[in-house]
Write a protein that binds this ligand. Sequence first.
Ligand code: LLP
Length: 439
Amino acid sequence: LGTQKINAQGHLEIGGCDTLALAAEFGTPLYVMDEALVRENCRRFTQVFTDRYPGEVEVSFAGKAFLTMAMVRLVQQEGLALDVASGGELYTALKAGFPAEKILYHGNFKSDEELAMGVAAGVGRFVVDNPYELKRLSELAAAQGKTQAILLRVTPGIDPHTHAKISTGQEDSKFGISVSSGLALATVQEALSLPGIDFKGIHCHIGSQLLDSHTHEDAAEIMVGFVAAIREATGFVCTDLDIGGGLGVRYLPSHNPPSYEEFADSVVSAVVGALEKHALPFPRLMLEPGRALVAEAGTTLYTVGPIKKIELAERTKTFVSVDGGLSDNPRPVMYDARYSVLVAGRAAQATDTTVTVSGKHCETDLLFPELALGEVHSGDILAVQTTGAYNHGMASNYNRFRRPAVVFVHDGQADVVWERESYDDLLRQERLPQRFLEE
Ligand code: LLP
């Protein structure tokens, strides 16, 4: 996968760097990103769509999957647009020098402060989630003497059959405005008439970690049908059509997501077929992959600590504890997520024994309840694969853990792009009012 290989010592190597040397130099837990693979993914994802779609294509990286200033720079260098979902993500992107006109601003509740910040910065598109936001944005933009380009997020009303916590296309989603109820059309009509608003088109995001393209095909058809309905009702022809992110990745050998090529084949033929059916011109086709660009490029390194063997009637259960857990990867606890794991120093060994890997939180934070790992000893380094998406970004300080460093590896070089937090970082927000200082 990417630049990963097993070197002459039998160690896992990424980007030309021995993972044991990385662990020794930067400490663990450590997030390692294969920079070449991220860059290649950005290019290939864009290429497969521009090769197939007759109109303009814009691919935005969904920053929520993994956002640091270095990543923002990389996204810009590779020519992608950027999707942000909060004032904090927007601020990070702007501070890294990302061009505001290539930013899409998402979220189901943007505060007045966030709306004003985005308008002032000149964000390319707001993806407006609801009629309340539309009115607030109109007022704020008009107050700044500006006209803000927007997309309207709609719910196509389809169930993507992924984990319930990451399904968003169904009718009862908290995101977007229902197409079938007629509310979406009414909101489009309002958007077309409001001052300060330049309505460009529609957006949907149906869910995440989708392992086939059917739901995207269905969504594409419904979305294009809605573009036709808008033209019918108002005469306005959308120039933008955004079908969100959601393409899944291979966490386990049993996962078989479509390749980029297969995904683009399905999506583009569904979009083009529907456009032709309704005799519509080709809008700009927009996509927002997050996980599919970065997940497989990330590996988390942990040090193995105490190993406990518990004798049960039918078998011996082996608990292998690692020096991270819930705070650097909440996904197993939140979504029952599973990963492939190697012992970094014996990367080719047989995985003939099963263990339970737990974190070091005051919590039963099982990272892997049943993991075929093979021989393992205290002091070994474990390499958890496919942790490049929604790991660093979802990390917390629970139990006052310091969030791990992130290194980008590339051609034998490792650069820290996010420093491991220090104990003092943990105290940076602390304030002690005088009465707490008195004896
Ligand atoms: N666009 C929008 C509007 C989104 O809400 C999302 C993800 C994406 C794009 C990117 O989706 P992707 O291509 O990465 O599937 N924390 C969860 C995933 C939450 C996804 C939220 N929205 C996880 O760890 O699985």
